[in-house]
Design a protein around this ligand. Structure first.
Ligand code: ADP
Length: 304
């Protein structure tokens, strides 16, 4: 009651926030405000004021803050956990050129230690080692790029190249679920002005979703990624699968943050992807395939 006694003594208006705990343990948040009314002798006779139950408002504020925080964290976490799941296939990816380098190094030693060393063969084997080493370094560089949290960078990007890189990166994941991947990339595709890492993330999200949608189907599992020039100075891209198809009745909600039909899903992949595509001046939408599965389409404006 200190809040009441203080203004009573100080003879000032007051306002205060209270927390009331009911016997059953529930809590109510209350906001009170009032001012003192003096009697003829100048003493505080009574307080006039009001008391409001602000429990709902308080809860909504807390909820909003929680969501904002969760959204900020998830944007990063989503990318990192996706990468976490991919570690096995990436390890395989890096291992290949390293294994090739070891084989080529052995070959090189053999040519050199013959009775009559064959320098030409040895030189060729050494050249292949340089290539293998460079390839391993490139893969590591790509993985690093994906983990970066940095600020978006705009540059002219060849989307076909982004798609090809993602196909290589997801090769292990596709193989694990017996998914065949097909690319139909237009040779005359104009470049776009954009953030390469973000565009990689969009394709990674869409392609991983497609692979996941096909995990449990018994028929052909085919992932097709296409690119083509389109009207109005745009390019048109699509990621198409033969999976379970969009969730019936919820097709219009899949782009909402936190909407997921997966036990371990975050429901952030599509919402982040759409945000990225729109920040590039493009559009991202989904359609049901006439046969089976779903197609995700995106447009991007071509770079100046
Ligand atoms: P998450 O993958 O964590 O669930 P997303 O935002 O990437 O989050 O996807 C939201 C939902 O959209 C998925 O849970 C799924 O129901 C649906 N979805 C996404 N991609 C596909 C797809 N290729 N085929 C069918 N449904 C999909």
């Amino acid at each position: 009651m200190q809040d009441f006694e203080n203004p009573s003594r100080a003879r000032t208006d007051f306002d205060a926030h209270f927390r009331i705990v009911h016997p059953d343990g529930t809590t109510k948040f209350v906001y009170g405000t009032g001012h003192p009314v003096f009697n003829a002798s100048g003493d505080v006779g009574e307080f006039v004021g009001s008391v409001m139950d602000v429990t709902d408002r308080k809860r909504a504020e807390e909820e909003r803050e929680r969501l904002r925080q969760a959204q900020a964290d998830l944007a990063h976490v989503n990318r990192v956990t996706t990468m976490g799941e991919l570690t096995a296939s990436l390890a395989h990816e890096v291992n290949q050129p390293i294994a090739a380098a070891v084989t080529n190094a052995n070959t090189c030693v053999r040519w050199l230690t013959r009775d009559r060393p064959d320098l030409e063969e040895a030189r060729e084997a050494a050249t292949r080692i340089v290539k293998d080493g460079t390839r391993a370094a490139e893969i590591i560089k790509r993985i690093r790029l994906l983990f970066q949290k940095g600020t978006p960078e705009r540059e002219l990007v060849d989307v076909n190249e982004v798609i090809r890189e993602m196909i290589v990166l997801l090769d292990g994941e596709a193989a694990r679920y017996a998914v065949s991947v097909r690319a139909e990339l237009a040779a005359d595709l104009p470049q776009v002005m954009g953030d390469r890492v973000q565009l990689q993330q969009v394709f990674m999200n869409l392609m991983l979703n497609s692979i996941e949608a096909m995990k449990d189907v018994d028929t052909t599992r085919e992932l097709a990624v296409k690119s083509q020039p389109a009207e109005n100075e745009r390019i048109l891209l699509s990621v198409s699968d033969t999976g379970v198809g969009l969730p019936p009745q919820y097709a219009d909600q899949i782009f909402n943050a936190f909407f997921t039909t997966k036990g371990q899903g975050t429901g952030m992949g599509l919402s982040i992807s759409r945000t990225i595509v729109e920040s590039h001046g493009g559009d991202l939408w989904a359609t049901e395939n006439p046969g089976r599965g779903a197609t995700f389409h995106l447009t991007l404006p071509r770079g100046a």
